[in-house]
Design a binder for this molecule. Structure first.
Ligand SMILES: Nc1ncnc2c1ncn2[C@@H]1O[C@H](COP(=O)(O)OP(=O)(O)OP(=O)(O)O)[C@@H](O)[C@H]1O
Ligand SMILES: N[C@@H](CCO)C(=O)O
Length: 316
């Protein structure tokens, strides 16, 4: 589990009472998550909340999130909008880090994924893209093309020749694709829509979580990121065709992909996997450099993404 900042019950109790007028009876660190520190928090009236301490975003960066979530909530996209504190703010500070309290949504990450899950997430993602079409606030994608090109320059030095070739091939393929199809639609994207950023009850999608990565980029990148995680035939990283088509049918129903998007999708699938190959390598390097290890830190496997990159390059 990742708990970078350990908080005591007394500290959470004082924070919740001072800022939200909530009487807290218990808390427990959340045994997943990579970037942020999260705690389940119980109120004396039985309500449950999630306290998130943003570890990567500063206050200005994190301030983008509450209005975004409130907008999505109003547009009917299932998200956990943060609570408003007594002073009217939705984002506060604890231990010098931005912090929020949101309602706990019941549900679990889908596993195994069914065609019904893929249809639900496909529909929700199209709804999310359309809901943000006219959204007035903007933010760059912090892990878009500029980031991954810089990251690739760092990462390739430690790679063997085969991995270097794989990386170069995917980066070049992507660059050519976005040059060939220059009008691919863009907008605000979630940017990290993996199964572990969703909560389902049965086939019903209850919440899309964790908008830390939200930023302006190709809608197709968001689609590719989501397909890669939801529609792979885990533990195989190859695409499961039934899941893939269920996702695309549902997404297309609300927002049909353009002809260019359909042509460009394979290159985006490869690039989306590469983006997470690189970010997982970067997290592993940072954890090693900072001596973070053991039970308190969740680290996802970069090699899983590398295998997915190779599979997507083969059209699998
Ligand atoms: N509102 C919520 N209701 C219920 N569970 C939640 C809620 N918010 C977060 N969680 C739980 O906490 C976990 C971690 O949350 P989140 O994904 O926001 O953290 P993170 O550190 O940014 O993780 P990652 O970087 O892996 O996406 C989620 O997978 C989910 O199980
Ligand atoms: N979803 C990411 C982790 C959080 O950004 C991954 O699987 O590498």
């Amino acid at each position: 589990m990742s708990v970078y900042t350990e908080l005591s019950l007394d500290e959470i109790r004082a924070f919740a009472a001072d800022h939200y007028g909530l009487a807290v009876t218990g808390c427990e660190p959340i045994a997943s998550g990579i970037e942020n520190t999260n705690y389940f928090v119980r109120g004396d009236d039985g309500r449950e909340f999630v306290l998130t301490l943003f570890e990567e975003l500063n206050a200005a960066e994190a301030a983008f999130l509450p209005p975004l979530l409130q907008h999505l909530h109003r547009q009917g996209v299932p998200v956990a909008g943060p609570l408003t504190a007594k002073d009217g703010r939705s984002l506060l500070t604890l231990r010098d880090k931005p912090v929020q309290l949101a309602p706990r949504i019941l549900g679990g990450h889908p596993s195994p994924v069914s065609t019904a899950h893929c249809a639900a997430i496909g529909e929700a993602l199209a709804k999310l893209h359309l809901a943000l079409e006219e959204y007035p606030l903007h933010r760059d994608n912090a892990h878009g093309q500029e980031w991954w090109e810089a990251e690739a320059n760092k990462a390739r030095k430690a790679m063997n020749k085969t991995d270097q070739l794989l990386l170069e091939t995917i980066l070049e393929d992507f660059e050519e694709t976005v040059e060939d199809y220059e009008d691919l639609p863009m907008g605000l994207i979630h940017g990290d829509l993996f199964r572990d950023n969703t909560l389902f009850e049965g086939d019903e999608l209850r919440a899309i979580l964790d908008f830390s990565e939200a930023g302006e980029d190709y809608w197709l990148l968001d689609i590719a990121i989501t397909i890669n995680d939801f529609c792979s035939a885990w533990p195989s990283v190859k695409l499961d065709q039934d899941l893939y088509h269920a996702f695309l049918r549902a997404y297309n129903n609300l927002r049909p992909l353009t002809a260019d998007e359909q042509e460009a999708l394979p290159a985006f699938l490869g690039m989306a996997a590469t983006r997470f190959w690189l970010s997982r390598l970067s997290v592993a390097a940072r954890n090693a450099a900072e001596g973070r290890s053991g039970e308190a830190v969740t680290q996802k496997d970069p090699n899983e993404m590398k295998r997915m990159v190779a599979a997507r390059m083969m059209g699998e």
